[in-house]
Write a protein that binds this ligand. Structure first.
Ligand code: SF4
Length: 371
């Protein structure tokens, strides 16, 4: 059967069949630690209760795939400081960024204190605000993995085409493969395989993960987001692990091509270049892990056009976001989880976005878990 639609990937019979096959090949002494490197996968695993259905010797490690979670504390403040110090600046960002706690509060707190902060649904919204407000300077707080970088790049090209000179990008776009490598390089890290991110892989394809499979000898299966997608991906990973293989495979073939989206990759390449290093929450600086505008687009680069003061924030010493992001602690093992840190009062970014590991744990498991 050729499966294309959502219902087929929630078919109970196929789900049961796949679970049976997983149970059949798993042996009592097996213990597989599988990292899902995408917040959307973390959400789906909990939303569909997959961890309850699967054998207990499959352990999920929640990776750094939620873009707001991996931003170093201070980065949002840096963008907000520009807006709060200049009355002619409008700060624009996606909804997920709005509640990220910073030094003096989240973007929503700044808005309440009088800073012009606006939520957008796409980078083009920010450009339209610039067009409608020629006497203002609009900062787009751009965020996301390779998934969202093409839409930021297209917006920069549009700003160039229309010669808009009051639109500026504060780029926080990050790359998935360098962070996976950095996690594998951490001392005492044990990950047996990766559920590869579905969205970023639509853009980058399967080839960039070859280094994970070949040099680190860890299998990667790029997965969709429905329960059957994830179970099929886990089965594919376990088959590789049982056979001693480490290959990159695509389960999400209805969307992801081996070579990715060539047009999107060309647009990213046209507008962005690698930063020599970028700071990640809990992981420190990782080389060539983020994107900044190329010099020919300096006119639209907020970091070039504004005096951005580097802000470093002393985090709550009990907040263990870094350990959770590295997969060394489960969210409910953080000292603040569910007591001081909740989705209504997030101390760390992992509690903000619905795709953050801590928010996912809290929203799906809080009533049943021991703290
Ligand atoms: S519970 Fe809060 S402070 Fe602890 S790791 Fe999660 S987001 Fe960070």
């Amino acid at each position: 059967m050729k499966m294309r639609f959502v219902d087929e990937f929630r078919n109970p019979e196929l789900i049961r069949k796949t679970l049976d096959e997983i149970e059949r090949i798993i042996e009592p002494d097996d213990h597989f630690r599988i990292m899902e490197a995408c917040g959307g996968h973390t959400y789906s695993i909990f939303h569909f209760g997959l961890q309850e259905l699967l054998p207990k010797n499959i352990e999920f490690i929640h990776g750094p795939g939620c873009p707001v979670c991996v931003l170093p504390p201070g980065r949002v403040d840096e963008g907000l400081e520009i807006a709060s110090k200049n009355s002619d600046v409008i700060f624009t960002a996606f909804g997920d960024v709005m509640r990220v706690p910073g030094k003096k509060g989240s973007p929503l707190n700044y808005k309440a204190m009088g800073t012009d902060v606006r939520m957008i649904y796409s980078p083009l919204d920010a450009l339209n605000i610039a067009i409608k407000n020629p006497d203002k300077k609009i900062i787009l707080f751009a965020i996301g993995f390779e998934t969202t970088a093409p839409s930021t790049a297209i917006t920069v090209l549009k700003a160039k085409e229309l010669d808009i000179d009051n639109f500026f990008v504060y780029s926080n776009h990050v790359k998935i493969v360098p962070v996976l490598k950095s996690i594998l390089d951490q001392p005492n890290m044990r990950i047996d395989g990766f559920i590869g991110p579905g969205h970023a892989s639509v853009v980058i394809g399967a080839h960039p993960y070859e280094i994970i499979a070949k040099e680190y000898k860890k299998p990667v299966v790029i997965s969709g987001f429905e329960p059957l997608d994830l179970l099929q991906s886990i089965l594919m990973l376990i088959k590789q692990l049982k056979n001693g293989e480490s290959k990159v495979e695509i389960q999400y073939k209805r969307v992801v091509m081996e070579g990715g989206n060539v047009s999107a990759l060309e647009i990213i390449d046209q507008v962005f270049e690698d930063r020599p290093a970028f700071e990640w929450r809990g992981l420190g600086a990782i080389q060539n892990s983020a994107l900044k505008l190329k010099p020919e687009f300096a006119k639209w680069d907020a970091e070039v056009q504004f005096n951005v003061e580097k802000i470093t924030i002393e985090e709550n010493k009990d907040a263990q976001c870094g350990e959770v992001l590295k997969g060394m602690l489960k969210p409910n093992q953080c000292k603040l989880f569910g007591k001081v840190c909740t989705p209504d009062n997030p101390v760390g970014a992992l509690m903000v976005s619905s795709e953050g590991a801590c928010a996912t744990y809290y929203n799906h498991l809080y009533s049943t878990m021991s703290l």
